[in-house]
Design a protein around this ligand. Structure first.
Ligand code: SF4
Length: 368
């Protein structure tokens, strides 16, 4: 008696063009034919022998599917039925705000103490600090304020030229605040390296979206929430309070608040949280994309009057033909007959099928 089992730490799901599996233990993704998802589901709880009897006319195809699933480390054969239960996507975070992003124009923020109180109150663990027009002394003063906060990670973003950064200064910052986990730089000369700084990530600032992360926590969050906008608090260079850098709406100014209670009221409001639950499964185009559960996308979704969500700007990836904008054969959504705007959402399936036949059949022939 043998069962086809899926590894617990592997997630599989379907998209418009192909299915995907994500192995969280090694952070790898594999693509496969959508029909294999049905096979995985049909094997749930029944033996391989039973399956073969029930599908006598398709045993050769079934065997080749099983081989592919095993080769791609998605499934394995076990003689036990009740091993490796499927993933349970419980919400993993108990923080009310997960991430705070602050742009410091100088150290003249009047109400930094409110931010520290807010970090403690909402149990914020992760932060991103952009230092804009700050001199070294001002950066040190700001970092010092957060030394005893509950932050577990601080991602610092400096302007290499404006902030006059050198490795001694970076060492000093790390010694002041052990929560600094990464330092990113705008305007960093090409191939430049800081000497002796080994204990934090030192990277050029990467501002390109979408970004992919094969993290189980992100995958779990993506089931019900927007992975970029959920539980985010943004404080801009004029102390404006927003729910994301990219959002237009300002909910108040830090220097005008009387106490932490004012900030609490803003964060608890439904308007402030209005993007949190808009997962990619609810946004047209993204809902058909194989990357929707590993993707962080900083575009703000828009709601149609008649329901449904859309994005104004197209993503660099077209999930209907599985091509990136810089790849040969790429065509825009519009060129493929996919329309998503304030008026509605429609897909010309026939047109896409023709484009895919031309794109992929030709590539297969070329590869042979
Ligand atoms: S369409 Fe783009 S933004 Fe949407 S899930 Fe796919 S890669 Fe991410």
């Amino acid at each position: 008696m043998s069962f086809l089992k899926k590894f617990t730490e592997t997630a599989v799901y379907n998209a418009y063009s192909r299915a995907i599996s994500i192995d969280f233990t090694i952070g790898k993704i594999y693509f496969f034919q959508p029909k294999l998802i049905d096979i995985i589901e049909s094997f749930w709880g029944i033996t391989i022998e039973q399956m073969m009897i029930e599908n006598r006319e398709n045993t050769i195809e079934l065997e080749s599917c099983i081989t592919e699933l095993i080769q791609k480390n998605i499934m394995f054969i076990s003689n036990k039925k009740d091993v490796f239960p499927d993933i349970i996507y419980n919400e993993l975070s108990y923080s009310e705000i997960e991430n705070i992003h602050i742009i410091f124009k100088n150290s003249k923020f009047k109400n930094l103490e409110i931010i520290v109180d807010c970090i403690d109150l909402f149990k914020i663990k992760a932060s991103k600090f952009n230092f804009k027009n700050c001199n070294k002394l001002e950066i040190v003063e700001i970092i010092q304020v957060f030394t005893h906060s509950k932050l577990e990670s601080i991602e610092c973003v400096f302007d290499y030229i404006l902030n006059e950064i050198d490795s001694f200064f970076l060492e000093e910052l790390i010694s002041i605040n052990g929560a600094i986990t990464s330092m990113k730089f705008a305007n960093l000369p090409e191939n430049f390296q800081f000497e002796n700084i080994l204990h934090v990530d030192l990277l050029s600032e990467d501002i390109h979206y979408p970004k992919f992360t094969t993290s189980f926590n992100l995958f779990t969050e993506s089931q019900k929430f927007n992975t970029y906008l959920n539980k985010k608090l943004f404080i801009g260079e004029n102390e404006e309070i927003k729910n994301a850098l990219e959002s237009d709406k300002i909910f108040g100014y830090l220097d005008k608040l009387d106490s932490i209670d004012d900030l609490k009221e803003i964060i608890k409001s439904s308007q402030f949280q209005k993007f949190w639950n808009i997962s990619k499964d609810l946004i047209d185009i993204c809902k058909d994309c194989e990357f929707r559960h590993i993707c962080v996308d900083n575009r703000i979704p828009h709601q149609r009057l008649q329901g449904g969500y859309y994005q104004i700007n197209e993503c660099n990836f077209n999930p209907y033909i599985t091509k990136w904008i810089n790849e040969e054969g790429y065509q825009s959504l519009q060129e493929c007959g996919v329309i998503s705007n304030e008026k509605g959402f429609s897909i010309d399936h026939e047109k896409i099928a023709k484009i895919n036949a031309l794109l992929w059949d030709e590539e297969e022939v070329e590869a042979e």
